[in-house]
Design a protein around this ligand. Structure first.
Ligand code: KG4
Ligand code: ZN
Length: 342
């Protein structure tokens, strides 16, 4: 058995992505190609992703992005063992584009189709960059997601916590906007925070009475926007940016600390692995806070290369390959699902 070679397709948000991944019979992973076409410029004038624009943009480029991925992998369609496409959750108009394209390839080439949950893709993505064994605890923090997951493999992810309002990246972006920073605001806010003093502003702590691993950022967003409207100097803006970054990093690390204690109840010391993925994992303050929690709880720390922790199709191809290896595939009538909790 020479393993499985899978074409992955991802169109659930504002990236049109295709990738070819090979998974050897003993589980080793090789990314043969990973093409990510961003629609950033089409959405930038609106300060956020516009679903209708996204769906149209996916339609326009999906075939050429897939062809590029095949060309870059240096293989023909006859070398594929399957096609994996994101089937949700996400902007449903976009999801339909990648899923329909995947179905067409599967039908035309007589290949099995895997309808992949985008979150399961993120869950396995750490394994694209390094040999990380299952199980592990994952904090997924991007513009669209904020979840703590216990990842035991495909079909074996357990959600320990999620956001009850905004994702962490969304909070960074919205607060950055109220500080007058350009979209996407996370990196800009981090830069501004460097010259700020976090102790100058007191910001609310969310869900104080609860003992679970859920997140909430709407109170922080409202409080920060109220303060931002009163600021007159650049130093004040930098101080607020630093306070916001501190508050977000604190919440992420506090909930991760709780999740580690829950996870540790059911897992041996050798399985205490922590992975952070998603665009917010690029934030230095967030990383530093998480590293501390890892040390305190005896967990290893991993953050996949940014190319694999932001939206991409290699993670979808890998989830598909691991599902196929486990004997799981989907019918050609698989539906696109805007909501699909793990
Ligand atoms: O994973 P990603 O590309 O996913 C989505 O498409 O949602 O993450 C993008 C998010 C944005 O909200 C962005 O502001 C945030 O990650 N982000 C950051 C940083 N770099 C990216 N947030 C804080 N600090 C950063 N350095
Ligand atoms: Zn994502």
């Amino acid at each position: 058995n020479s393993g499985l070679t899978v074409l992955g397709l991802e169109t659930s948000c504002d990236e049109t992505a295709a990738s070819v991944v090979r998974r050897s019979a003993d589980g080793r992973v090789e990314v043969l190609s990973s093409i990510v076409g961003t629609q950033f410029e089409q959405h930038a004038p609106f300060g956020g992703v516009v679903p209708e624009i996204a769906a149209r943009a996916h339609v326009e480029v999906i075939d050429s992005v897939a062809a590029q991925a095949m060309r870059a992998a240096g293989i023909g369609y006859d070398a594929l063992d399957g096609v994996a496409a994101t089937a949700g959750p996400g902007l449903v108009g976009g999801v339909m584009v990648g899923l329909a394209f995947g179905k067409a390839v599967a039908l035309a080439r007589d290949l099995p189709l895997v309808a992949v949950n985008h979150l399961e893709g993120h869950a396995v993505s750490a394994r694209l960059g390094a040999e990380i064994a299952y199980p592990f605890l994952l904090l997924l923090v991007s513009g669209g997601h904020c979840q703590l997951l216990e990842v035991g493999g495909v079909g074996a992810c357990k959600r320990l916590g999620t956001t009850i309002d905004d994702a962490a990246g969304e909070a960074f972006d919205k607060i950055a906007k109220s500080l007058g920073l350009p979209y996407p605001g996370g990196p800009a806010l981090e830069k501004l925070a460097k010259s700020g003093d976090a102790s100058k502003y007191e910001l609310p702590r969310a869900l104080l009475g609860r003992k679970d691993c859920d997140f909430s950022f709407s109170g922080l967003k409202t409080a920060a926007a109220r303060i931002a409207a009163t600021l007159t100097t650049d130093q004040q803006r930098a101080d607020l940016a630093a306070a916001v970054q501190f508050a977000i990093a604190r919440q992420l690390s506090e909930r991760t600390d709780r999740a580690m204690k829950l996870y540790a109840e059911g897992h041996a010391a050798g399985e205490r692995r922590f992975v952070v993925a998603g665009g917010v994992a690029a934030n230095g303050a967030v990383r530093a806070a998480l590293l501390k929690v890892c040390e305190a709880n005896g967990f290893s720390f991993d953050a996949p290369p940014l190319a694999y922790c932001t939206d991409n199709a290699a993670m979808i191809a890998l989830a598909g390959a691991e599902r196929l290896a486990a004997g799981i595939s989907d019918d050609l009538d698989a539906v696109a699902r805007p909501r699909w909790p793990l």
